[in-house]
Design a protein around this ligand. Structure first.
Ligand code: COA
Length: 538
C-alpha cells in the first residue's frame, strides 16, 4: 500500500502551539480519570475496610488477566452531575481479558452512595449490555449495590429504557446464549435481586453478599420484623436453602477466583474471519497528533496527517482521491485489522456523499469494518446545492451508514454538527463503539450559528408585524444565553457525562483503543446476511 508522506513541520510555531494546547487537554483528562477512579469519602473507605471488602479497583485487578489491556467504557459518566461525586455513574464498566477471553464487565461501586443506581447508572448498565449483545461477549457483574437511588426513583423506574430494561436484556442475552456470571459481593436489593437471578452462574460471598426483594429496612417498615441482611438473603440462605446462588465464597478474593474458573469452562469464542495481516507501528509518533490538530475547531487540517500516525506502517490505499476531496476514504490496517476509513477534510458535498456511499457499499460487501473519523460541520447548504440535490445525496450516505452490517467504529476528532453527525456514523447510527477527543464538540450547530438563526427568526417575525428589527442590546440578550448553553452542552465532557459516547480519548491512544475494540467486535462473526441497503433516492 502507498505510504502517507507527512508534510508537517514539527518545528513550526503553529505545531508547537497546537501541541501545548492538546497536551494541556490530555493532562486535564488524565486528572479527571484519576479523580473518578480514586476520589471516595473517608467514611466510605473506612466502611468498606470494616466490612472486609476489596475496592472495585482491587476486584478488577484480581479478575482481569495480569498485564492485559482494559478498555474502560464511560469512566466519566455523570461527571459534574447529581452532587458531583457520583463518579462513573457509580460503577466501573469495560471490556477486559479473563482467562484469555474478552468479556464485558460491570462492577457497582459500594463506596459511592452505597453503590446505588442513579439514572445515568441505569444508562451505563444498558450501554454495557448493548456492547455485550452487539459484540457477542460474555458478561460478568460484580454486584454490590443498595439498588435504586430512591430520591430519583421516578427517573429510574418506569420508562422503556429504565431499570426494568436491564433484566429484560438479561433474558434476551440468555436466549442469545451469551453467558452471564454474577458475583454477589454486597447487596442485590429489590429489582437488583434479578441481576443474579437472571444470570447463568451466581457466586455468593458469605457475610457481605445478600439477595432479597425487600431489604431489612423495607421489611422493618412493612412488617416490623427485625432481620439482618445475612439472615434474610445471605450466602447460606441462597446456596443451601433457596437455590438462588450456585457457589459460596468465603470472601471477595475467592469469589473472583470462582468467576475466573467459570469463564475458563465456557466454550471457546468463535471469532469472525476479518481480514488481517501482521501488525506494524506507524512511521510517525502518535503524539505528533497533538501538534497537528489546530486549537480552533474552525481551522482546517488534513486528516491524512492523523491517519499517518494511526495506521499500520502509515500505509493507506486511498479511494477516489481526486473526487469529492472533502471526504478522505480508503483502506488501511490498525493493529493488523483491515479497516475502510472515512475522514472529513471539509463540509460534505454531493460528490463526497456519493463517494462515501459507494465506499461503504464496497466495505460492507467485502466484510471490512468501517472507521469514521468525524470532524464535520455538516452538509453544504445554499441554493445551488439544493438544486444539485445535496439532500438526496446526503440521504444515500446516511442510508448506507445506517444499513451497513459490518462493524462500525466512530471517533469524533473535532466538530460533530448537524446531519454530518448522522452521515459520519454518530451514536444513533449504532457504531459498535464511539469516542471523542477532548477538544471535540457536538450539537445541531455551533452556538454562534444557533444564536444567529434565532435572532433572524425574531427579526422576520417583527418585520411581518411591521415593527423595527431588534435593537443591539436585545440582540445580545438573545444571543448570549444560547451561546453559553451551546458552549456548555456541546463539549466533550458534557457528552461523556451523558453517555453520548463511550469515553474521551487521548488522541495518541486512539490507534490502540480502536484495535482493542475491533478485537472485541471480532467475537461476532459476520453472519450470512441480506446484503444491500434501503432504496436510494436517485
Ligand atoms: N437510595 C438512596 N441513598 C441510599 C440508598 C438508597 N437506596 N441506600 C443507601 N443510600 C445512601 C445512604 O443514605 C448513605 O448516604 P450518605 O453517605 O450520604 O450518608 C450512603 O448511601 C451509604 O449508606 P450506608 O448505609 O451508610 O452504607 P453501608 O455500607 O452501611 O450500607 C447499604 C449500604 C446499601 C447496604 C445500605 O445503605 C442499605 O441497606 N440501603 C437500602 C437498600 C434498599 O433497601 N434499597 C431499596 C432500593 S430498590
Amino acid at each position: 500500500m502507498p505510504i502517507i508522506e507527512s508534510r508537517i513541520d514539527t518545528g513550526s510555531a503553529s505545531y508547537k502551539a497546537n501541541y501545548a494546547a492538546m497536551e494541556k487537554l490530555v493532562a486535564d483528562l488524565r486528572a479527571e480519570l484519576k479523580k473518578a477512579r480514586e476520589q471516595r469519602s473517608e467514611k466510605a473507605i473506612a466502611r468498606n475496610r470494616e466490612l472486609g471488602k476489596l475496592t472495585v479497583q482491587e476486584r478488577l485487578d484480581r479478575l482481569l488477566d495480569r498485564n492485559t489491556p482494559w478498555l474502560e467504557i464511560a469512566p466519566l459518566a455523570a461527571r459534574g452531575m447529581y452532587d458531583g461525586g457520583v463518579h462513573g455513574a457509580g460503577a466501573r464498566s469495560g471490556i477486559g481479558l479473563v482467562c484469555g477471553r474478552e468479556v464485558a464487565i460491570h462492577a457497582s461501586d459500594p463506596m459511592i452512595k452505597g453503590g446505588t443506581v442513579y439514572p445515568l447508572g441505569v444508562k451505563k448498565s444498558l450501554r454495557l449490555q448493548t456492547i455485550a449483545m452487539e459484540n457477542r461477549l460474555p458478561t460478568i457483574n460484580l454486584v454490590d449495590s443498595g439498588g435504586a437511588f430512591l430520591p430519583m426513583q421516578s427517573e429510574i423506574f418506569p420508562d422503556v429504557d429504565d431499570g426494568g430494561r436491564i433484566f429484560y436484556n438479561q433474558a434476551i442475552m440468555s436466549k442469545m446464549n451469551l453467558p452471564q456470571i454474577t458475583a454477589v459481593m454486597g447487596l442485590c436489593t429489590a429489582g437488583g435481586a434479578y441481576i443474579p437471578a437472571m444470570s447463568d452462574h451466581v457466586v455468593h460471598v458469605k457475610g457481605t453478599g445478600a439477595i432479597f426483594l425487600g431489604g431489612p429496612p423495607l421489611v422493618r417498615a412493612a412488617t416490623g420484623e427485625e432481620v439482618t441482611a445475612e439472615e434474610l438473603g445471605g450466602a447460606m440462605v441462597h446456596c443451601a436453602e433457596s437455590g438462588v446462588s450456585d457457589y459460596i465464597a468465603e470472601d471477595d478474593a475467592q469469589a473472583i477466583e470462582i468467576v475466573r474458573e467459570i469463564v475458563e469452562m465456557l466454550p471457546p469464542a468463535r471469532k469472525g474471519d476479518f481480514p488481517m495481516r501482521e501488525p506494524k507501528d506507524p512511521l510517525y509518533g502518535a503524539k505528533e497528533i497533538y501538534g497537528i490538530v489546530p486549537e480552533k475547531l474552525s481551522t482546517a487540517y488534513d486528516v491524512r496527517e492523523v491517519l499517518a500516525r494511526m495506521v499500520d506502517g502509515s500505509e493507506f490505499q486511498e479511494f477516489k482521491q481526486l473526487y469529492g476531496p472533502t471526504l478522505v476514504c480508503g483502506w488501511a490496517h490498525i493493529h493488523g485489522y483491515l479497516f475502510g476509513i472515512l475522514g472529513n477534510n471539509g463540509v460534505l458535498f454531493s460528490e463526497s456523499s456519493l463517494k462515501a456511499t459507494q465506499f461503504i457499499q464496497l466495505c460492507d460487501r467485502q466484510g471490512i469494518p468501517l472507521l469514521f473519523l468525524q470532524n464535520i460541520n455538516g452538509y453544504i447548504i445554499g441554493r445551488e446545492y439544493e438544486r444539485g440535490g445535496i439532500t438526496k445525496d446526503g440521504h444515500k450516505m446516511v442510508n448506507a451508514v445506517a444499513t451497513a452490517t459490518t462493524p462500525k467504529f466512530t471517533v469524533i476528532l473535532g466538530a460533530s454538527f448537524g446531519a454530518g453527525n448522522y452521515g459520519m456514523c454518530g451514536r444513533a447510527y449504532s457504531p459498535r463503539f464511539l469516542w471523542m477527543w477532548p477538544n471535540a464538540r457536538i450539537g445541531v450547530m455551533g452556538g454562534e450559528q444557533a444564536a444567529d438563526v434565532l435572532v433572524t427568526v425574531k427579526n422576520d417575525q417583527l418585520a411581518r408585524e411591521g415593527e423595527q428589527p431588534l435593537p443591539e442590546e436585545f440582540v445580545a440578550a438573545i444571543r448570549q444565553p444560547i451561546i453559553e448553553t451551546a458552549d456548555k452542552e456541546g463539549n466533550a465532557y458534557y457528552s461523556t457525562a451523558n453517555l453520548w459516547d463511550d469515553g474521551i480519548l487521548d488522541p495518541a491512544k486512539t490507534r490502540d483503543v480502536v484495535g482493542l475494540a475491533m478485537a472485541a467486535a471480532a467475537n461476532r462473526p459476520l453472519e450470512p446476511r441480506q446484503q444491500g441497503h434501503g432504496t436510494f433516492r436517485m
